[in-house]
Design a protein around this ligand. Sequence first.
Ligand code: ADP
Ligand SMILES: N[C@@H](CCOP(=O)(O)O)C(=O)O
Length: 321
Amino acid sequence: MAVYTDITEDDLSRFLTAYDAGTLLSYKGIAEGVENSNFLLHTTKGAFILTLYEKRVDPNDLPFFLGLMHHLAERGLSCPLPLPRSDGALLGELSGRPAAMISFLEGMWLRKPAAKHCREVGRALAEMHLAGEGFELTRANALSVGGWRPLWEKSADRADEVEAGLQDEIAGELAFLEANWPKDLPSGVIHADLFQDNVFFIGDTLSGLIDFYFACNDLLSYDVSICLNAWCFEKDGAFNLTKGMALLEGYESVRPLSPEEAVALPLLARGSALRFFLTRLYDWLTTPPGALVVKKDPLEYLRKLRFHRQIRNPAEYGLSR
Ligand SMILES: Nc1ncnc2c1ncn2[C@@H]1O[C@H](COP(=O)(O)OP(=O)(O)O)[C@@H](O)[C@H]1O
Ligand SMILES: N[C@@H](CCOP(=O)(O)O)C(=O)O
């Protein structure tokens, strides 16, 4: 249950008067999600999502996130649309937090995706990358290689509580990635968090992408590596080559990877595994007992990081050439 900030019915009804969203019939906190407080609203005009933005979202970034969703939807991508307030603003305040009303997207996320779903995700990711061209705002990726050391330093002293030897292993990994991180690859607007719970399907048809709150400008192939990690490993930790092949084929059916991007994939996948390991490790060590959030296992991403260390050729991910 990711609800960090609760809301009262009176405050919510007052908040809704600034929108053309009808009057409140019911509302409830949404169990899923990690970063923000999300509520499902039913009003006389339908269903909506209310998001209260929490600690990891900088309010100054919200115009980028909300504007990007509008930009992508205008270019045909199926993603939520922020509702404008009567004064045209997309952002309000509720219970002391920045808050936005978002259109409700039909569909559900897949707990056990198959290769065919990975193919659709690859295609949708590439379509998002192309649709992001021309978006006038920019946002640096606070969680790319330049952000990993400050994040690591918040947890390093306690890392060995999670697994013995972790402090030395991650310090070495971080130094290697900082020294070898690719620079001159194609970049653009990336989602940066396209995990299974952020992609909706209706049956076997992909119905939309949500949760653009890590979106930023970075290497497009880095976003591909995030999806390889999020979609192509089985629960036992094994990499599923069939899923990798499908995801990459789906992506390349819309936007082929350059030879340089293909060669960089193992390094990018190590980096994106480290990124999610670091945020999960921090949350694992600092989320107070009883917090209404599901903590995600950092060791899942440590295992993925170790897997990518021994990859020498992108063909081992199923990339065909
Ligand atoms: N536009 C939407 N339409 C339908 N459900 C949504 C929408 N946005 C969020 N949700 C629901 O809320 C959950 C948490 O949203 P998400 O954006 O992933 O959380 P966070 O803001 O913490 O990143 C999602 O898993 C989904 O169930
Ligand atoms: N996807 C990240 C956590 C962020 O979750 P979100 O629900 O806020 O998008 C992970 O799995 O570590």
